[in-house]
Design a protein around this ligand. Sequence first.
Ligand code: ZN
Length: 486
Amino acid sequence: MLASVEALLGWDEQTMMPPQAAAYRGMQAEAIATLAHRQRTDPAYGEHLASLAEGPLAQDGSAQVRTAIRLLRKDFEKHARVPERLVGALAKTCVEAQQAWATARASSSWTTLEPLLRQVFDLKRELACCQMPDADPYDALLDDYEPGGRWPTIEAQFARLRAEIVPLVQACAGSTRRPDDAVLRRNYPVADQQRFVRDVATRIGFDFKRGRLDTTEHPFCSGVGPHDCRITTRWDAGSLATALYGVLHEAGHGLYEQGLPTEWYGLPPGEPASLGIHESQSRLWENLVGRSRAFWEWCFPMAQAAFPQSLADVTAGSVQQALMAVHPSLIRVEADEVTYNLHVMMRFDLERAVVHGDLTVADLPEAWNERFSRDFGFRPPTDAEGVLQDIHWSAGLIGYFPTYTLGNIFAAQLMAAACRALPELDRDLAAGRFDGLLAWLRRHVHAYGRQFESAALVEQASGEPVSERWLVESLWQRYGAAHGIA
Ligand code: ZN
């Protein structure tokens, strides 16, 4: 209850709250967070969990009951090992670091952020040692976002992926047949986009009786109750793709939230498996469905009716091809589907080096620029467009970045499995029938909540161990074809 109230306050802060309310909202949020932490670490609660774990339900209960007991106990022990002083210090330092980050990014001044970021990394390392004293510190941090994830496995997977993506990016850049994406940057009135995008979200299955779509600068999805999922987007009258793909992404997250077992809301069988699995759902709808030829066969007449002036002289095929353009960019959130993973892998390597003591926070900007130019072929002209672009590290989100690319890997493998199980899928998508795919995801992914760790869940759904090869294949096939590469 407290956590969902916290989530609702957070949603309100981003969407509705007047600016002068911020200070009091900060106090409200702190009060709820303190209460929640106290309940989560209450010794009496720990004793209840311990006796449940030794009682008959832990042996003979349903799979969900056994999972709930096991994971609640794991969570409790993890939280209870963290002293309240550290929780407070982290919360306070991260608020200060995020404020410093906003100033630092606006003036491209690394030194404004550096001392606070050093404190954040130090505190997170301390947190790692408290939460999971026997684990590698990076794995201990990763566990908050990707339970059961281990960095050596991810590093090996990412290295194989990188070895395939770098040549693809180079081949796309060197191709003489590059998709023309000018059509995406015509005039698309915001009011028309709002109707159009809402229709698309409804058609893929997002339930507006159990959810909302609102406007924010940074899009997100937040589950604030078993029948209350909030997604947000930003609008750009000069872009067809910004809101449409923002909403397909967030609605993908929303479909997962809406597909979790409501009777287990707030308990592990009703919680998402991991951020990587969450991201696999958003990426699947955004990229593998939303950028496909079949999707545009269905969507194009609707888009043309919504934007008759801007789409009068083009075809479904030319819009879909425009979406396949690859442009290496400085900024992760503006990156295309192919180069996106290079941004993520770089952050994963750098943050891990800092956590492991192989790189100092002071040396991050130079390490960033050096790695960026190796992967992308040019150096960021300023730190604002380099090491200062993301808020994650300042917010204490360390060990979070790899979940983005894990999401892409899981999405490609799940989509390949869904295609094998649903031989008519392409024809269904082209006819605007999304319920078969959604039902498959509900049955193989959503219904399990947090009962399985991500690797086991993907393996069970697809019939084989997690592998990056499906993503490699999918990227080469779709983007290679669009750029005239065999
Ligand atoms: Zn996402």
